[in-house]
Structures are given as structure tokens and as C-alpha cells.
Ligand binder design. Sequence first.
Ligand code: IPD
Length: 281
Amino acid sequence: MSERKPVPSDLLTIAVEVARQAAETAREMRRDGVSGLATKSTATDVVTAADRAVERQVVAALRELRPADAVLGEEFGEEPGDAVGRGDRPGRDPDAVRWILDPIDGTVNYLYGLPHYAISLAAEVSGTVVAGVVRNAATGAEWTAVRGGGAFRDGTALAGSDQRTLAQSLVATGFGYDAARRVHQARVLAGLMPHVRDIRRFGAAALDLCLAAEGQVDAYYEKGLNVWDHAAGGLVAAEAGLVVAGLRGAEPGPRMLVAAPPALFDDLHEHLVRLDAAGGP
Ligand code: IPD
């Protein structure tokens, strides 16, 4: 078993320290120009030297500070912690910690020099995210949350939007990198647009969730997210009081994630079900 039960606020302190250093690396590398550009799942899904460098830096820092913990990162996958070597299988030890990292969420923004890309780092204990930080590496804005402890931007408590009418709501969303999925997502969007104030597509899911937590958009939904896109931002949104869920009672995940204040959730959910937003490729 782990030596000491993990304390979520301690995990957040570590996450913030590590994310700040990582954000600095991303910002400095961007200042020097984009290098190591390659594609992943499709020709539009890009990765840069900075995505890899930031992930390596975060994994190394976490190995130093908490060697027993596992780390799941977007670029290199799962790194087991020392606990596995000692016979503590993360799946069995109720106190095992797994860090979930997106080294640069919003890589396309990073590529184009748009100041809207973030480090997202969450700590999960027994399959539940208990602490998370999202830091916009370009601007230094930072959102944090501990499960049960509220959500904050740079120290200010967040409570989401107080909008009560979907027709007057600004709704953020995003699109996957696969062309067939985009066709489906575009159809859903076309069906939703007449029922909302307007749509925003900013290009970084973790930041979308934080903007919804802050009320800078009223709600957010997206199909096709990976856990590193939403682990930290989803906790920030939930702790700001938003409902963060999939459709028809499902957990938020790759089929669908909706984040909306309770007053808007049902209406948005109803439209997304009607439009089969969780369906398609
Ligand atoms: C992407 C961004 C984007 C979202 C995509 C994600 P990446 O992450 O969060 O906003 O629409 O679904 O894959 O590739 O920049 O890390």
C-alpha cells in the first residue's frame, strides 16, 4: 500500500508548481518558434517538439516529487509509478495516484501563435479526479480545483453563468480531427444554432471548461474528448457548480461531455439528444 493517504490539496500544490514550470517551457519554446512539427491521427492533428518536451518535463518532475505515482500523458501514454514495482498495482491500491496530463491543450493555437493554449494536469485517486490545474501558458491565467473545495481562477472563487435561458446562451464547443466526425459535429451544430445566442470555438477543451466555470461562456459541449482534455477542466467546471455529464445519465467521456449550469443543462441536453450528438463516428 502507499505510505500515506494522498491529500487532494497537497496534490493540487504539486500540480500547480509543476504546471507553472511546464507552462514557462511551452511559452519560451513558442517564443523561439515552432519546431519538431509532426502529425498524429490525421493530417490536421499536430504535435510539436514543445508538446513532447513539456510532457517529459512534467513526468520527470512528478517522478522526482512522487515516484510511486503513475502518469498518463497525451503524447507518451501511461508511465507506471514505482508503486507497481513494489506490487502496488494502481488498480488495486485505493490510495494509488494517477496524474492525467495534456502538455499542450490547443496545439493548433500554439502552432499559429494564438495565445490560447494550456497545460492541463489532474490528480486521480481510485479513478476519481480529486485535484486539477489548467494554466494558459501564453497569458498565465490559471484555474484550480480540489474536489469538494470549489473552483478558482487566480484565487477568485468561480460560480459559472447565471444565465437561465438557452436561447440567450453563448455555447462553446469543439471538433475532432477526423473528417467524418466533423461532418456529424457540423450537423449537430447546425441543429443547435437556432436555439442558442451564439457558438464559440476557441480550440482548447481544457480552457473551454474553465471559461464555462467562470461564466465567460454559458455552457460547453463536445464529442470525442480524451480524458487528458477534460480531467482537470471538468473538475474546475463541476466545482464551480456546473453539471458535467454525458448524455442520458452517462459519465462524461469520449461519446459526449456537456458542462452547463443546472438551469441550462436539461434544455441543452434535450437538444443534444434530439440531434444524436453522441452518435456518429
Ligand atoms: C484538442 C483541443 C480542441 C478540441 C479537440 C482536442 P489538442 O486538443 O482541446 O479544442 O476540440 O477535441 O483534441 O489536440 O490541442 O491537445
